[in-house]
Design a protein around this ligand. Structure first.
Ligand code: ATP
Ligand code: MG
Length: 366
């Protein structure tokens, strides 16, 4: 998977700009606020997802423009396709592939990307929600049935939460409580198996990447943590279901007292440790960045194994906080597939990378 060429019109701070990327490493450098992240954002939008920076397409349109477009030649499975995105004020975005109208969602079949942005440090340092999001969004892309399960779970969870919140005022609500709990346990049993097998693959792929990245100084371990009564996350769904039910039963009164849903896989976590200690509590900034990036690179390996192709790797501002050896790894040793790396270094970076270097200057690329 790679982007051969991209042409931007009226997109963010780009007037008219065309860039042809190399199939391997592309380094996009320049001072702050020149348009480096804007360029990665344009590439990311080709996957059909929303921007990683805004939910509002209108923000993508240049301040002095009425519309913005992104036109790109994307090579996927040896076949080149032209993707065009058009953003107009007050209208829905228009997507075409090879001149034929498509939905945004269908672009996932044309172009995939793995993005690492400074925000991904939250993966290591913040609460479990970011790590659950990582698991869920990756599994949704890999396993077609999972998105439906997740949607069902969220709906049941909302209903159960409402009952737990309001049952004192309306005791009749309690009649439905056990039914929602049972539905949640059934979804949980299946989702736990998906999450466990994804984390097992992720852990196996991340460990050697991180060893190499850290110059063999650090061992990265990932493990999946779920409802405590579940003894084997890969057991048959029926067994996991029984164990989740047992946990629910033990917490039923506490949930009624608290007026909140205290037990379930919405509390799952992906434990990340370095040399046996929790990365969340003890990792330095550079270690956290390295670990987060190793996890993302591992995700990319899993996609490669599933689809036969590496997704495009977008690395926004990863070099800061990394020492020279770790920077060297990012610049030269992430093998396979196309990589776009932004950084604030000057053009001298070309001495440190075998990749092609582009310099961005106020919305123009050299
Ligand atoms: P940094 O090194 O600080 O991350 P960057 O090169 O990644 O900088 P970008 O985030 O790409 O910078 O933003 C470049 C400029 O684009 C910013 O000054 C921003 O104000 C401007 N910009 C953002 N959105 C628009 C828009 N819709 N129209 C015009 N300019 C915009
Ligand atoms: Mg930036």
């Amino acid at each position: 998977m790679r982007v051969e060429r991209i042409a931007l019109s009226g997109f963010r701070n780009y007037d008219e700009q065309t860039v042809a990327f190399e199939p391997a490493v592309n380094v996009i450098c320049g001072p702050n606020a020149q348009g480096k992240t804007n360029l990665l954002e344009a590439v990311y939008l080709l996957t059909g997802a929303h921007s990683f920076r805004t939910r509002f397409d209108r923000e993508l349109i240049g301040f002095d423009c009425d519309w913005a477009s992104i036109l790109a030649d994307v090579d996927s499975g040896g076949r080149s396709q032209t993707v065009r995105l058009l953003f107009q004020k007050g209208q829905r975005r228009q997507v075409t592939v090879g001149g034929v109208k498509k939905t945004s969602a269908s672009l996932a079949g044309v172009m995939t990307a793995v993005l690492f942005s400074p925000d991904d440090l939250y993966l290591i340092k913040e609460g479990a929600a970011a790590r659950r999001r990582l698991m869920d969004s990756a599994i949704c892309q890999l396993r077609p049935g999972y998105a439906g399960l997740l949607a069902d779970y969220n709906k049941l969870y909302e209903n159960k939460t409402r009952i737990l919140k309001d049952w004192r005022e309306k005791p009749s609500l309690l009649a439905a409580l056990d039914e929602f709990s049972d539905g949640l346990a059934r979804c949980s049993a299946r989702m736990i198996r998906y999450r466990a097998s994804f984390v097992e693959r992720l852990a196996a792929a991340a460990a050697p990447i991180h060893r190499d990245f850290s110059g063999a100084r650090e061992e990265l371990q990932l493990s999946y943590r779920t409802v405590s009564t579940v003894t084997d996350t890969k057991a048959p769904a029926e067994q996991i279901y029984e164990q989740v039910c047992a946990h629910q039963a033990a917490h039923r009164q506490a949930e009624l007292d608290a007026g909140a849903c205290l037990t379930g896989i919405h509390k799952d976590d992906l434990d990340i440790s370095l040399n046996g200690t929790s990365a969340r509590s003890f990792a330095s900034q550079g270690q956290a960045r390295t670990a987060a990036l190793s996890v993302k690179l591992a995700e990319r390996e899993i996609f490669k194994a599933e689809t036969g192709e590496y997704p495009v790797l977008l690395l926004d501002d990863v070099l800061s906080e990394l020492d020279a050896a770790r920077q060297e790894f990012v610049l030269n040793r992430i093998g396979g597939g196309q990589t776009l790396i932004t950084c604030c270094e000057d053009e001298n970076i070309s001495r440190r990378t075998g990749g092609r270097v582009f310099t961005v200057d106020r919305g123009r690329i050299r």
